[in-house]
Design a protein around this ligand. Structure first.
Ligand SMILES: Nc1ncnc2c1ncn2[C@@H]1O[C@H](COP(=O)(O)OP(=O)(O)OP(=O)(O)O)[C@@H](O)[C@H]1O
Ligand SMILES: [Mg+2]
Length: 367
């Protein structure tokens, strides 16, 4: 073998090593989106090997994950043809129930001879960063809402108390009221009660209560909650508790409030009756690299057979003041999310419109 060939082979080997050492995913595609070259990191993001991906079509993989990714890719290609490079294009991937975010930088490789433009794209996993950013934004929003609503609620409480007292006075002093007056006085007191409850919820938001963390047996805590909650008669309750469900560390009262908000929503979603299934289980997770490193979770799910959530609303339901109900304030799930986050847990939702919704809490096991 000539010196030149040896040197070329060494260079190729060196480049291959460089690519496989990169923590970012790297993929080179031709004008038809066929994968010419791909590194280990990119393949493992899709749970695949290099052999599975090479010479296949990138769009096929993106399509399998989510149709939106294909649209984002086409947009990226369009931008590349005008600017030659593209920075920080966000791709959201849901794989094996894990949600991951990638920030993609791409450029056209003019030097390479191919039938059309060749694209080099570098995929950086920014899931953790995104979670931290989202958390910060949420906390910030929460703090502002808390402060504003706290002061507004305080000011509204006084006039409301006066209305309440006056209507009580009228109710007790006006003897032999005719039906219309009776109806209107009842309306006043009902609406005042409703406004009072809303203010109560807002005041709770603005309180910065100290949390009291303790060891919690999830099954016992849930059983107690379900007895105290007393569901309306038109709701059928199914309870499936796993005796292996691990203990967690959390604030008992806050946890109950989270369960209560989720159950209330389920009840509201089933005005004509239905079934609420409350389930617990131990979820086993093993660290892939160190297989003895175990990390188990307690999963608590509330599944209803109610109206379900529209696809376009699913990302909005944890936002402050998002509501589709006529009486709600859109704060219930925001509070739940905050409680879950402050107790090192997470919450996920799955729903199909018209079929029901399922909310699942996950908390790490306390050993
Ligand atoms: N189990 C469910 N089934 C169907 N939709 C749901 C369910 N849970 C929540 N949602 C949707 O999410 C929205 C937001 O819920 P959230 O609990 O934050 O507010 P709300 O119930 O409308 O008002 P609040 O809880 O403040 O009284 C609801 O209005 C509803 O559209
Ligand atoms: Mg609610």
């Amino acid at each position: 073998m000539s010196k030149q060939v040896v040197s070329k082979l060494q260079t190729i080997k060196f480049i291959e090593n460089l690519l496989s050492a990169s923590v970012d995913g790297i993929v080179v595609t031709d004008a038809n989106q066929e994968i010419i070259m791909v590194n280990k990191s990119f393949c493992s993001s899709f749970g695949l090997s290099n052999d599975d991906m090479i010479e296949t079509n990138l769009l096929e993989w993106l399509k399998r994950v989510d149709g939106n990714m294909v649209r984002t890719w086409f947009q990226l290609e369009k931008d590349l043809h005008t600017n030659n490079t593209c920075h920080d294009v966000e791709f959201k991937i849901i794989l094996q129930e894990r949600e991951a975010y990638f920030s993609v930088n791409a450029s056209l490789l003019d030097q390479i001879e191919c039938d059309g433009p060749v694209i080099l794209s570098i995929w950086r996993d920014v899931t953790k960063l995104k979670q931290i950013q989202d958390d910060l934004i949420r906390k910030e929003k929460f703090a502002v809402i808390g402060r504003v609503s706290g002061s507004i609620s305080h000011d509204i409480r006084h006039p409301l108390a006066t209305i309440k007292n006056s209507s009580y006075y009228l109710n007790t002093t006006l003897k032999d009221q005719d039906e219309k007056i009776k109806k209107h006085l009842k309306l006043i007191s009902d609406k005042v009660k409703q406004a009072d409850e809303m203010i109560e919820a807002l005041m709770r938001l603005s309180e910065t209560n100290e949390t009291k963390k303790e060891r919690i047996n999830i099954n016992e805590s849930l059983e107690q909650f379900l007895v105290e909650f007393s569901l309306p008669e038109h709701i059928n309750l199914k309870v499936e508790l796993d005796s292996e469900c691990p203990d967690i560390i959390a604030d008992h009262l806050l946890l109950r409030q989270a369960f209560s908000n989720i159950t209330l929503n389920a009840v509201h979603a089933m005005p004509d009756g239905g079934t609420l299934t409350v389930e617990t289980k131990r979820v086993r997770r093993r660290n892939e690299k160190e297989s003895d490193l175990k990390e188990d979770f307690a999963e608590i799910s509330f599944t209803d057979t109610g109206s379900g959530i529209k696809k376009e609303n699913i990302d909005k339901i944890f936002e402050p003041f998002f509501t589709t109900g006529s009486k709600g304030m859109g704060l219930g799930l925001l509070i739940v999310k905050d409680i879950v986050a402050s107790n090192h847990g997470s919450i996920t939702v799955e729903s199909e419109e018209g079929k029901g919704a399922s909310f699942a809490f996950n908390f790490p096991e306390i050993l």
